[in-house]
Design a protein around this ligand. Structure first.
Ligand code: ATP
Length: 370
């Protein structure tokens, strides 16, 4: 398979029934995954969930215990690492210190005796906006610039698939955020398939078209970032992608449109279309920024859920917004994010408050409540 075939759009990647056992430990139980050509796909999950193992299987650095790996429709399960049309960018970029930047990027092409290595290296450096520093040595570049050189080196031979293993992990937060946007732009320009592994939910959501949330060696949920955030299927996904307010209660009424859930005497309505379980004991939730805080009991309305009275037990100012923690007897503790449009908080610790949210903003999980 030549790099040229994929120069425009990269190739799709299929993992079919992948299992990976290490002696005494199953890192991946069963994984089925299709990543379309030209997409920016993020595997997101906590430390130890099996992200790096998945990447190493695709790169050919580990062999699956079971299952097949297909790149561009070709089965590469038994193909050796250096013969797969795949490159990897790691957190530690290991540039050759004694070579110039351009020589670093051209090195692999020269070794494989490919045409015009210096011309191609210049093009790759242009793409990461470093061609003006081509003659410098790695030590004369900043961390972010060095990481861009590593990226240029990885895309210079137009692999069908680029694997990124926490590539921004060594950078400070500000540079990391900047590089996230740059990486996304570069991916759009080169059109290659990117598979990015990270434990940073903001990073995954900022960059990827599709995010797969991994937990204990399996994918819990996969979809567009907005879809995962707005409609998490499990408590794990709801909590991993930011904060959630979750409540458990019995379904006590159902129409074709909505479920009525009794949470310790409080009635919460969830749209049927946004709920994964429609009877019995269920867990329902709402994101903190969707919740409004009231200093007086709001009027009842069928379009809003209201909980209260409760009490503010904590207030944390965070510049653009303030987080209020509100305890509602029976229902539990909620987090409320409110934009700081005026000066100072709208409620203080100890204040009596009510909270409310639009019915259409709630969701119901697929998890079986304990
Ligand atoms: P991190 O974000 O910390 O890198 P990860 O999600 O990438 O985590 P993996 O490196 O894929 O996790 O590891 C998944 C699990 O498999 C871990 O529990 C790890 O201890 C185990 N594991 C990985 N490699 C081996 C190995 N060679 N032998 C035994 N167990 C292993």
């Amino acid at each position: 398979m030549s790099g040229r075939e994929f120069a425009e759009r990269g190739a799709d990647l299929e993992l079919v029934g992948i299992q990976k056992r290490f002696p005494g430990f199953t890192a991946i139980e069963e994984l089925d995954l299709t990543i379309p050509a030209g997409s920016f796909f993020a595997l997101l999950g906590p430390s130890g969930c099996g992200k790096t193992t998945t990447l190493r299987l695709v790169a050919g650095l580990e062999e699956p215990t079971q299952g097949r790996i297909l790149i561009g429709g070709r089965d590469v399960t038994d193909t050796r690492a250096h013969q797969r049309p795949v490159n990897t960018v790691f957190q530690s970029y290991a540039l050759f210190p004694h070579m110039s930047i351009i020589e670093n990027v051209a090195f692999g092409l020269k070794r494989r005796r490919m045409d015009d290595p210096m011309g191609k290296a210049h093009e790759a450096l242009k793409l990461v906006e470093l061609d003006h520093l081509a003659q410098r040595r790695p030590a004369q570049l900043s961390g972010g610039q060095q990481q861009r050189v590593a990226l240029a080196r990885a895309i210079v031979n137009r692999p069908a698939l680029l694997l990124l293993d926490e590539p921004l992990g060594a950078l400070d937060l500000k540079l990391r955020r900047q590089m996230q946007l740059e990486l996304k732009t570069i991916q759009e320009e080169v059109g290659l398939t990117f598979l990015h592994v990270t434990h940073d939910q903001e990073e995954a959501m900022t960059m990827a078209d599709t995010v797969a949330v991994m937990n204990k060696g399996a994918i819990e949920q996969m979809g567009a970032p907005e879809e995962l955030y707005e409609l998490p299927r499990t408590a794990f996904v709801a909590n991993f992608l930011g904060k959630s307010n979750l409540f458990t209660g019995d379904v006590v009424g159902t129409t074709s449109e909505a479920l009525s859930v009794d949470v310790a005497g409080h009635r919460i309505t969830v749209p049927v279309a946004r709920a994964q379980r429609h009877q019995g004991l269920v867990t329902v939730g709402v994101r903190p920024e969707k919740v409004a805080l009231h200093l007086e009991a709001p009027d009842a309305a069928s379009t809003r859920n209201v909980l209260g009275p409760g009490r503010v037990i904590d207030v944390s100012f965070a510049g653009v917004s303030t987080e209020y923690i509100v305890a509602v007897p029976g229902a539990g503790t909620l987090s409320v994010f409110a934009q700081n449009v005026g000066f100072g908080p709208v409620a203080h610790e100890g204040d009596e408050v009510w909270v409310s949210w639009q019915v259409e903003h709630g969701f119901g999980l697929a998890d079986e409540p304990e």
